[in-house]
Every structure is written in C-alpha cells, then in structure tokens.
Design a protein around this ligand. Structure first.
Ligand code: PAF
Length: 288
C-alpha cells in the first residue's frame, strides 16, 4: 500500500487511530527529514517489530540556535516519501512549523542534568527544543515503540529520561549507527561537506577507534583515553574540537578511571568550516 502523507495533526491522528483500533502495534521514527540509510535502518527495524509505522519529517526550529543551520538544513519531501515507503513506513507526518507551534505556543519541556554536558554545553538551548518537540510528537502519535539512532547518543539518553520522568508508555529502542564503508557516520549534515572536508571528517571515527583500542589494551584512566582521541583529532588542523570524551554509557558520568566490565561511551564533536559533526562508540572495558 502506498505511503500516506499527513500534513496536519488531525490527519495523522485519524490514520493512527484506525490502526490502533485494528489492534496494530504502532512504531514511531522521529526524523528531521532528508532521509538517508541510517533513517531507513530505523524504519526497517520499526517495520519488523510493529505492524504500523509512522515516520515524522519535521525540521524543528526550536532545537536550532539563531546562529545554527535551521534555514539551510537540507529538505526533500518527495525523496523522503520514497525512502520512508521503501523502508516500510505507512505514513509520513510532515507538519508545517505553524501546525506544530501555532500562535501563542508557550510551553517548554526541559530536563536537568544529563542535558547539561557535551552537546548541551555547546548548544545550550538544543535539548529543550528536542525534548519539547519529542513530547509533542509522542502525544500526537502515541506509539508503542519509538526508534532513535545511536548516532545521537546523548539525545537517546535524554529521551529515555523524558519517557521515565513523564511516564510516556513508550519503549525507546536504540538502533546502531550506520556508517559509510570508510567509517563516516551517516548524517543529513554530511551534505554540507566538500570532498576535502569529508576526508578530514573521517578523523572523528578514527579518534573513536583509537580510544577503543587503548581501552581494549587495558587502559582504564579516562584522561589517557581522552588524550588519545584528542591526539588523533588534533592531527587535522582545520578541525575545531568541541569535545573528545569518555563517559559511563548509562549516565554520562565521568569517573577518573573506569571499572572492569564498565560500559563506556566515547563521544566526539568537532567543527569543520562547513559543518559541525558528532559521533560516538560504545566500548566495554575488559575484565582483567
Ligand atoms: O534526531 C533528530 O533528528 C531530532 O533531534 C528529532 C529527534 C527528530 C527531534 O526533532
């Protein structure tokens, strides 16, 4: 069956309600559009696990600072419809900004703690925008399961906190990052990169791999692991490093040393002239 395009909240609710009444499990993939293979992986998993899949396609202005790339963020609704349909989505929800934030809109959902470091430290208003729009989308779609990419690892933890704190009856599923054959994590923002910058962007994944190898070789001191990642990133002078950090995967806490068996997330963010990029890797500290 052809994918349905829903432009309003009422249309989307009508579509989903009919499926819920028919007893179908609702899977939800929130996106900002310009869908790539990483989004397709989220949709495919949702389609495997749920009988009805909603994909949202909304470039959310409230998660961009005034200096960021909201205006030039890539958009291509026709292509998104094709990618979403091929991956198994039944409906694409693509509301206008006015539909989501009508005149008089005045609510912000805000989470303390986990939002304050890493991305939150460099983009102070970002997570309020994400958490507010995701709360709205969860209320609009009312899915059973929602699928988020590991690529935005901190965002995933923030959403898990939201679901716990506000009692959304939704299971949050993490889907591993999809990479190009050379390791570059797929991102809609990769389209900003020149061929030369794209080569330089590879050092993010290389830094993560270098951090991973020192951990697997037995290093547990955070400062040494982070210094190794910094060293790889610093080899590219055009890269401005926002952070290269190791943290506990469940909480993002940063002890001086990690215990054997701990699950660690390595996180990097860096800016090239045309784009700011983030990436991460999960590593388990070996037992002695
Ligand atoms: O990860 C994204 O694409 C966005 O932050 C999200 C979750 C769709 C909210 O706008």
């Amino acid at each position: 069956m052809a994918i349905v395009l829903a432009r309003t909240i009422a249309e989307l609710r009508q579509q989903v309600q009919a499926q819920r009444t028919a007893g179908k499990r609702i899977g939800f993939v929130p996106t900002m559009g310009y869908l790539h293979e990483g989004h397709a992986a989220l949709i495919r998993l949702a389609a495997q696990e749920c009988e009805y899949v909603v994909t949202s396609d909304f470039v959310n202005p409230t998660q961009f600072a005034p200096t960021e790339d909201f205006e030039r963020y890539p958009r291509d609704l026709q292509r998104d419809l094709q990618v979403a349909e091929q991956a198994g989505s039944h409906v694409l929800f693509a509301p206008s900004v006015e539909e989501m934030y009508p005149e008089g809109f005045a609510t912000t959902v805000s989470i303390r703690g986990i939002t304050e470091k890493f991305e939150g430290a460099f983009r102070p208003t970002h997570f309020d925008g994400v958490v507010t729009v995701v709360s709205k989308l969860f209320n609009i779609v009312q899915p059973d399961r929602a699928y988020f990419g590991q690529k935005d690892y901190q965002q995933l933890l923030v959403i898990r906190q939201l679901v716990r704190d506000l009692n959304f009856p939704i299971e949050v599923v993490m889907v591993p990052t999809v990479r190009e054959p050379d390791g570059l994590a797929l991102s809609s923002r990769n389209v900003y990169l020149s061929a030369e910058e794209r080569q330089k962007a590879l050092s993010l994944y290389r830094a993560l791999q270098a951090g991973q190898s020192v951990i697997l070789q037995g290093e547990r001191r955070r400062s040494v692991i982070e210094a190794r990642m910094q060293e790889v990133l610093s080899a590219v002078p055009e890269l401005r490093i926002d952070y290269a950090a190791a943290a506990l995967a469940e909480t993002l806490e940063q002890p001086e040393a990690f215990s054997p068996g701990a699950r660690v997330v390595l996180l990097v963010a860096a800016r090239l002239p045309s784009a700011r990029l983030i990436d991460n890797l999960l590593v388990q500290v070996p037992n002695p």
